[in-house]
Design a protein around this ligand. Structure first.
Ligand SMILES: [Fe+2]
Length: 430
């Protein structure tokens, strides 16, 4: 299921060490849970209940679902005598766990006026209180058995923090006055001197997670792959470069597109990335979490589908990277870049980092690594059952919480998804 950072106390381990593991986990628990609530500051209850498309969940739903996850997978099995906050929440806030039971249909999450935002807040507070009491009092064997699941619960909540932001962006973008989610922290202009490539000699490489530290099950087993020599762009593709593609007729030239991609842009009338609004003379405004503003040609392009990323790459004569190529370049590099905690809520292009700003579409289908087996039980449904029809994205974005991604981290979305902070990093054969 996962590799946990939490060591199992051995028989001769000091009671104190188990306590400190617990205290650390309790601290991280509080920090992650508080971050979710902090993201809702400034949102009215009216903002938090809207669902604008099946992929988007209301803010309120994210807050309740992550709480249901902890209640269902931690408190119910591991806290003796725990009684669920409200028995109906299992139906309302189960996302996709068939082993847990029936659930409210995903596209209808926006039809739930009850429980209210206030009731969901009380649900969170009650579960947090029970969790902290449990962490303070649970015996060592039970803690050792439950700690890996709590790790998943915290990483799961961080994934929903990113979704909460991309979903509220989609919600606010449907409003013609485009209310800003937040004012942005000031960003430096991209440094244009950082163009160029990271060269890699290729050969037999190893990718995937092994050893210490948390990772989701889809990052394992670590295994070998052969890569021909390649290069990976040091910078994300900019909005200005993407604008050149549009002006060169990129959306009107079928030879650049995958068949499914060409069908998608025809059917949906796409002629630019999501949240680009054409103004006068072929110029564009951009809808951001900080409100509407003119497009800055030097910022990274974002909110493109895999299809658009692939067509753009074809237009340039380069290509998208394979996930193994991205990972071997990332391995050993510091995980640094524009993440959620920087408070920009939008890519800045600052510093030419490999991480942050925008997830990059890879040319790799989301497949199990050789030897992968999903865990038994409900949590085995976390990743494995989605390994069909999706592409892998790497690197994290401006909406990814700090500390959540790593070199081996595999995000995945269907090739037509555009509402995530997904961008383009080119690769080339050498
Ligand atoms: Fe979830």
């Amino acid at each position: 299921m996962l590799q946990s950072t939490v060591p199992r106390p051995s028989q001769d381990s000091a009671e104190g060490s188990a306590r400190s593991d617990r205290a650390l986990l309790a601290e991280r628990y509080a920090a992650v849970r508080n971050t979710s609530m902090a993201l809702t500051v400034g949102l009215a209850p009216e903002d938090q209940v809207i669902q604008t498309m099946p992929d988007v969940s209301p803010t309120k739903w994210h807050l309740a679902h992550t709480t249901w996850f902890l209640e269902t997978f931690l408190l119910t099995p591991f806290a003796p005598g725990y009684e669920v906050f409200d028995p109906s929440f299992g139906y309302l806030f189960n996302s996709y766990y068939e082993a847990i039971g029936e659930r409210h249909p995903r596209p209808a999450r926006g039809l739930l006026s009850r429980p209210t935002v206030g009731e969901v807040g009380r649900y969170r507070a009650a579960v947090d209180e029970a969790m902290q009491a449990w962490l303070g009092g649970v015996d060592a064997p039970r803690f050792a058995a439950a700690a890996p699941i709590l790790e998943i619960g915290l990483h799961h909540e961080q994934q929903h923090q990113e979704l909460l932001l991309t979903d509220i962006k989609h919600v606010l973008a449907q409003n013609p006055v485009m209310p800003a989610y937040r004012a942005a922290a000031p960003a430096k202009r991209p440094q244009l001197g950082l163009d160029g490539w990271w060269d890699h000699e290729g050969g037999l490489v190893e990718i995937g997670h092994a050893g210490a530290g948390f990772a989701f099950d889809n990052e394992s087993p670590r295994h070998r792959q052969y890569l021909p020599p390649f290069r990976l762009a040091r910078r994300l593709v900019t909005a200005g470069q993407y604008l050149d593609f549009i002006r060169d007729g990129g959306y009107r030239r079928p030879e650049l597109w995958l068949s499914d991609g060409w069908a998608a842009i025809k059917e949906r009338g796409w002629a630019a990335p999501l949240y680009w609004i054409e103004t006068e003379g072929g110029a564009y405004d951009l809808l951001t979490l900080n409100g509407r503003r003119p497009l800055d040609p030097s910022e990274p392009v974002v909110h493109v589908s895999f299809y658009e990323a692939e067509a753009f790459a074809n237009w340039t004569g380069f290509r998208l990277p394979m996930e193994a190529e991205w990972e071997v370049v990332a391995a050993g590099r510091q995980v640094a870049g524009n993440f959620l905690d920087a408070g920009h809520y939008h890519p800045t292009g600052e510093g030419g980092h490999l991480y942050g700003d925008a997830w990059v579409w890879t040319r790799s289908a989301y497949q199990p690594y050789p030897g992968y087996r999903a865990a038994e039980g409900a949590l085995g449904e976390y990743n494995g059952k989605f390994m069909s029809g999706q592409m892998v994205l790497r690197g994290g974005s401006c909406a990814t919480p700090d500390g959540h991604v790593r070199a081996t981290y595999r995000n995945f979305f269907p090739p037509d998804a555009r509402w995530q902070f997904s961008g383009i990093r080119l690769a080339a054969d050498v």
